[in-house]
Design a protein around this ligand. Sequence first.
Ligand code: PLP
Length: 393
Amino acid sequence: MKLAARVGQVPPSITLAITAKGKAMKAEGIDVCSFSAGEPDFNTPDHIVAAAKKALDEGKTRYGPAAGEPGLRSAIAHKLKTENGLDYAAENIAVTNGGKQSLFNLMLASIETGDEVIIPSPYWLSYPEMVKLAEGTPVIVPTTVETGYKITPEQLDKAITPKTKLFVLNSPSNPTGMVYTPDEIRALAEVVVARDIWVVSDEIYEKLLYDGAEHLSIGAASSEAFARTIVSGGFAKAYSMTGWRVGYLAGPVDLIKATITIQSHSTSNVCTFAQYGAIEALESPKSPDYIETMRQAFDRRRQVMFDRLNAIPGLSAPQPQGAFYLYIDISKMGMKSVEFCNQLLTEYHVAAIPGMAFGTDDCIRFSYATDLESVEKGMDRLEKFARSIVGNG
Ligand code: PLP
């Protein structure tokens, strides 16, 4: 079959090949330290699992509204109002199959051919592909380690053209682990308002913050910013619910209605009983303790991984303050990210994601969503590899 041109514009995932190779090596019995995971290594908390089981027992197994269960839409609106200072009602919320579908629906509902979408790099790998699938034009704005891989208001202002529709902001960031300070968010909000563009704020890692870092949703920066903000979030990272596929999009009613129409003709509602697990996640008094325990475990691993990295000649990374990733500069290693990750996996049995997937070929991403013992072992191996290239620095 002659495939549609839109498919040809989207490359197959670079990360899949390396992930598959790592898995195959593990299956052969090789002791691979895997730092490639984009998900917490914790199980979904029992109280959330119990709520979904109860929903199953109660027969919550049928089609539901495409927009989501009313109770979940209200619970999400309440969360956004009380935790994030965003004045949403249930009608401003669409429940989606993960944060991924919420962003994809948004692109389909808002982007027309040729519309430009500003994406700072390094970026989460799906953003540009979603824009292209919606026939928009991703405008990649490279950031540097000097600004903590964060786009500056000047850079944003300069990237805006009459065709700019949307700016994609992700804090805490995948892949860099950087968190914009409230002042930095407010400064970006001023540009968004002054230049009258839209911003989608991907806040899926908002609960995973370290060293006292604060999360401010750009929609809470001012009422003018709120009017131009769409928020994407989900349950995957904060509640270890990656496989449940529950996320949400929040924004103006007409836009949310349009995304629900799209969803009603593609996937329909999110798995009904999974949504009852999500309600429990938001409403149970047990959830904050669970999140805090997981956050502390990530924090400990983050410090160990970061300290170990600092002692390795030729490698460096800014200290992450959010999510569960360390973004490592390999520019002194004499090879690009895919080759580096391939060698690291084949010869040293450590799996990582090449920065090429995130738009920066001189970096690699290590996830610390894995146990401390593997962190120590994997960093020993990385150190050996780096020293084999640059000597003892
Ligand atoms: N946004 C970012 C930055 C992510 O890293 C991810 C998942 O890795 C998502 C959105 C989508 O998450 P999900 O669809 O699992 O809710």
